[in-house]
Every structure is written in C-alpha cells, then in structure tokens.
Write a protein that binds this ligand. Sequence first.
Ligand SMILES: CC(=O)SCCNC(=O)CCNC(=O)[C@H](O)C(C)(C)COP(=O)(O)OP(=O)(O)OC[C@H]1O[C@@H](n2cnc3c(N)ncnc32)[C@H](O)[C@@H]1OP(=O)(O)O
Ligand SMILES: O=C([O-])CC(=O)C(=O)O
Length: 460
Amino acid sequence: MSLFASTLRRAAAKTSTKAFSTSTSSLFEVLKEQVPARQEALKKLKAEHGNKILGEVTVDQCLGGARDVKCMLWETSLLDAEEGIRFRGYTIPELQKLLPTAVEGGEPLPEGLIWLLLTGEIPSKAQADSLTAEFHARSKLPDHVKAVLCDLPKNMHPMTQFSIAIMAMQTDSIFARKYQEGIHKSTYWHHTYDDMLNVIARIPEIAATIYRNSYFDECLDMQYDSSVDYAANFARLLGYNDPHFDELMRLYLVIHSDHEGGNASAHTTHLVGSTLADPYLSVAAGLNALAGPLHGLANQEVLGWIMDLDEEFKSKNLDVNKETITQFAWDTLNSGKVIPGYGHAVLRKTDPRYSCQREFALKHMPEDRLFKIVETIYQVMPGVLTEHGKTKNPYPNVDSHSGVLLHHYGLTQKNYYTVLFGVSRAMGVLSQLFWDRALGLPLERPKSVTSEWIVNHFKK
Ligand SMILES: CC(=O)SCCNC(=O)CCNC(=O)[C@H](O)C(C)(C)COP(=O)(O)OP(=O)(O)OC[C@H]1O[C@@H](n2cnc3c(N)ncnc32)[C@H](O)[C@@H]1OP(=O)(O)O
Ligand SMILES: O=C([O-])CC(=O)C(=O)O
C-alpha cells in the first residue's frame, strides 16, 4: 500500500467513528463516510508538503512524452516498473486470493474490484453482490442510444461506435443537468457517483450491441440476464454461455481496469473531467485514446501479427517455431514497425497482467495452438528486441496475451478486442473521476514551452 493511501486510511480512521465499512454497508454509505476524511487528509498533505519538490523535469522528458514526470494525483492504482500494477496497494495475485468470486476458487468479480478501487477496501461477497444488483438496476439503455448504434455502418471500427454510443448517452448525464441547474461544488461527487455507476452499468449492453450488430447483423434482441453477475451477463449479451468464458471475462475485466494515471486513456479521462465535463464526455475521450495502436488497440494488432505470421509460414509449408518467429520479428522491425504487445512506457519486466493471462491459459487451454505460438514468441522476442537495441523494455505487456484467450472461446473478431478493454478501463478511470470531484481537484493545465524558449532559457 502506498504511503499516501495509508496516511489517508489513518486520517479516515481518526475522523470517523466507523471508518471502515461493515460487511453490509452500501457503497454509497461507505463513500459518504470516506469523502470528508479524505478531503481533510488532502488538505493536510498540501499544508505539510505543498511546497516540497517531487522531482525535476529534464529537456528530454519535455520532448519525450513526459515519461516519469510526477505531476498527477491518482489514488486507485500505482505502477512499479519492476513489479507491475497494484490496485489500491494489492497485486493481481493478491486480488485473486482476496476479492469475492462467483465460483469457489474462481477469478475475482469485477464488482469487488470496483468497490476496492473506489473505497480502498476489500468488500464482502454481500457487498459485491449488492453492486451487481445496483448495476442491473441501472442498466437500461436510453432507446435513442440503441437506435444510433443500429444505424451505424457495420464496417465502422467498433471503438468508434463505442465512443459515439457513450457520447449519445450523455443526454442522461445527471452531473451535466445538475450543473446547469446551478448546484454547489460540494455536491459534485454525488452526481458523479450516479453518472459513474450508470455508465458502468450500461456499457456491457452498448459493447454487446456493437458486437452483435457488426458481426451477426443482430441489433435489438439482447439476452440480458440479471440473475448472474456483471461479467457473466456481459458474456450472455455477447452471445456466450460457457462457465470458462465467464471466468475469463471476470479476470479480463479486473486486470484491464486501471494502470495508474499517466497512461493515455486514464490521463485523457482525467484531463477532460478536470474541465467539469461530465463523466460521459470524459470517459468517451479516454476511450478515443485507448483506440490508438500504441495503447489499447495493440491487442488487436497482436492477434493480427500472429495471424500474419501463421499465414506466412503455412503458405511456405514451414512450421511456426523459434527460428521462423525470429525471422518474422526481424522482418517487422526492419520494415520500420513495432512488435505489438512488447515494450512499455513504464514497465521494465514482464507485465503481471501478461503472466496471469498465461496462468489462465495453462489452466484452461494448454494445448491451444495460438497459445503455444504466444509461448514461443515469449521465448524469443525479448532476445530479438534486446539485439535490436532500441526498446527500453523487451518484455510482453498485457496486450500480448489477451487476443489468444478470446480467440480460443470463439471471439475471433480481433477489431472488437479494444472494446472489451474499454469496458474494463471505464471502471478504473471512472472510479478515479469520482475521487477527482470528491477531492475538488482543479482544472489540469501544465505549462508548455516552445523549442525557442528552451534554447533561450539555457542561454541565460
Ligand atoms: C495497454 C497498453 O497500452 S500496453 C502498450 C501497448 N502498445 C504496444 O504493445 C505497441 C508496441 N510497443 C511500443 O510501441 C512501445 O513499447 C510503447 C509505445 C508501448 C512505449 O513506448 P516508449 O515508452 O517510447 O518505449 P521506449 O522508450 O522503449 O522506446 C524507445 C524506442 O524503442 C522502440 N520500441 C519500443 N517498443 C518497441 C517494440 N515493441 N517494437 C519495436 N520497437 C519498439 C520505440 O518505438 C522507440 O523507437 P524510436 O527511438 O525510433 O522512436
Ligand atoms: O500504462 C500504460 O502506459 C499503458 C498500459 O499498460 C495501460 O494503460 O494499461
């Protein structure tokens, strides 16, 4: 757990008679209790440390995408270059042990993860179930959103459709309506809370409508099942009814949710939200960032790369093995392209999200042909990229593995994969957006300079 998180916990414990939720408290009750304590803790942090230095910024960082510049508050998760992500202080293996599950010994429920991201506390199974019920109760899509989706060209990229649908749903933003009515800023978080839960509740049906409409020409007849958890219902909406796929969906939605604040989708959501644009506008902006090939879209690119590799050597009657993969990797690099699914802006070791997907594959589909190719790629690619000598991290990231798992269960439409990533990412970025408004974080506006300014600055 980060020092700041533990400071906040201690502050919460001091300022509240019942600082931690009992196993039956509702999410809103828990947060209502936490907000004043966390506001106080942030005030104290500013008073005690406000004018101290967190780091310096070099010209390289200014020109190089602000790597490692510490200039954003993000409470829900923290990334370590070697160890990978911790959600509110917990690693993925810890969450697999601690969070409530749908089946004995199974994968964690995304509802439990959302509770943790928002409150910093591991929920009871009853609390996770209460959140499942809350999402089902809030899930009804406005009719016009369905109509918009059904009218979009089927060949429009699924991420473009996703963003359009969320923008269309912005008509329902309670935050935007209340703001227009002239509410007091101390109440922003109440309306952000409602918008956040409504968006998370409704995006499975949006995402599934995009899938069914784009690939099966079915738009209106969705099989919503409120008797099961969030991920299993999402699987039903997509058209899947396999307990192992449900488990994959639970794991997938948990691990893709949050990756501290600096990644492009999180940062964009946070930036747009800082203008007091409502959660719908903010998360749609974040999804547009996720749709870039250097970010979330890399999962689509990875499966494409594997398929191209397979095709190339099949057509030459050659096996896909260490040698042929190495040759294909060099062809990719020599044609000025990146190896999708490898490298990372922060990580310097294998992404733990890759490792837990690998564990899932070893448990459920060890003989899958594409999984075996991914395993062989993992054996050779770090060596190839090290020899290439450019990337600071020659190891795989989360996107390197997700496609083959989905493909195994029949979800083979790779252009759709980033939508699944987006359903999960919305959980993380909206949880932080809730705290942005609850803590009263200001408009984000870093300083930019011209190259001329930099030259002149060093002449002085
Ligand atoms: C959910 C996620 O967003 S995870 C990331 C998903 N994206 C990918 O998998 C795409 C492939 N990977 C990459 O393009 C990069 O590693 C990124 C975008 C993820 C990180 O970028 P950076 O922080 O700039 O990486 P880094 O500092 O290591 O880059 C140095 C050089 O190595 C190159 N490099 C980095 N990764 C790779 C790679 N996988 N293949 C080939 N070259 C690479 C960069 O393009 C850069 O080249 P340049 O000097 O010619 O511009
Ligand atoms: O952290 C990053 O820059 C990219 C990433 O892995 C994510 O957003 O999940």
